[in-house]
Design a protein around this ligand. Structure first.
Ligand code: SF4
Length: 269
């Protein structure tokens, strides 16, 4: 087992008998939406799927975008790319912004009374418009030929992500617009050579969110945490297909070994 992975975590498990609020991150909500069984295995039993390798290039783009938008926050003027896309917003300045942006500092959170769950997440940025409404902003980066968008099925998690943040900021008393923005940086793979640099086209995509699903999902997720049994798995997951097939191979191998051992023991007898 690598030093980056513990197959059996003993801390930070959900205890149905505890009165202490239990924290569920935005990623935890997404995990529940993808598969209640994996969510239960993780939060109740302490076994998570092994982590993916870190996306270092995407993280570097995020860090640089944050620094760049912070310049315009200090000046209290719109970023030129926002102006180019006809968006009349400026980066929002607030004393808690660095906490909201940093999961290790706690992010933005809300204690959901009916379930005693603390729902939390860390935003990339917040912008504010002329009507004093906040807009959730998420930075994304990729490298693909053609235009980027956020319409694909696999990008549902992007859309849900900003909707959870809209819900969280509303629960914290802010006036939040339904319109969120994705600042999407696309590295051009069509250049003739690398020459130690990537060149990006940056597009800002407006997305009209709907956070009405969040409340009910938290209630369902809480029921899942309280359940005495493992929920059913998602049906279209490669990991469980791998695990099930591997178990079949291993048990048939074990079965084929037993008779050979038994026969030799019989002969000795
Ligand atoms: S189908 Fe299996 S491996 Fe896949 S997410 Fe669900 S429990 Fe996890």
């Amino acid at each position: 087992m690598s030093k980056y992975y513990k197959a059996k975590r003993v801390r930070n498990l959900y205890d149905p008998l505890s009165r202490k609020p239990y924290a569920i991150s935005r990623a935890g909500i997404e995990l529940f939406q993808k598969c209640p069984r994996c969510f239960y295995l993780n939060k109740r039993l302490g076994t998570a799927t092994p982590p993916a390798y870190p996306y270092s290039l995407n993280t570097a783009v995020d860090i640089l975008l944050k620094k760049e938008f912070d310049l315009f926050r200090r000046l209290a003027v719109p970023h030129p790319t926002a102006t180019y896309f006809g968006i009349n917003c400026i980066p929002f300045a607030h004393k808690d912004l660095e906490t909201w942006r940093n999961a290790l500092r706690g992010g933005i959170k809300h204690l959901h009374g009916p379930t005693n769950l603390i729902i939390k997440g860390a935003v990339d940025d917040i912008w504010i418009d002329a009507k004093d409404q906040l807009h959730i902003v998420d930075y994304k980066s990729t490298s693909k030929t053609g235009e980027v968008n956020i319409d694909a099925d696999w990008q549902a998690s992007y859309r849900h992500q900003v909707e959870v943040y809209q819900w969280l900021f509303r629960r914290n008393g802010f006036m939040v617009s339904d319109v969120a923005y994705f600042v999407y940086a696309n590295a051009d793979p069509g250049k003739p050579a690398f020459e130690s640099k990537l060149e990006f086209n940056t597009k800002i995509i407006a997305y009209e969110g709907d956070d009405s699903w969040v409340e009910d999902t938290i209630i369902q997720l809480h029921k899942c945490l309280l359940a005495p049994d493992l929920p059913e798995p998602a049906h279209d997951c490669d990991y469980c297909a791998y695990f099930n097939q591997r178990s079949i191979h291993e048990s048939s191998f074990r079965r084929s070994r037993i008779p050979r051992y038994s026969r030799s023991r019989d002969r000795r007898a």
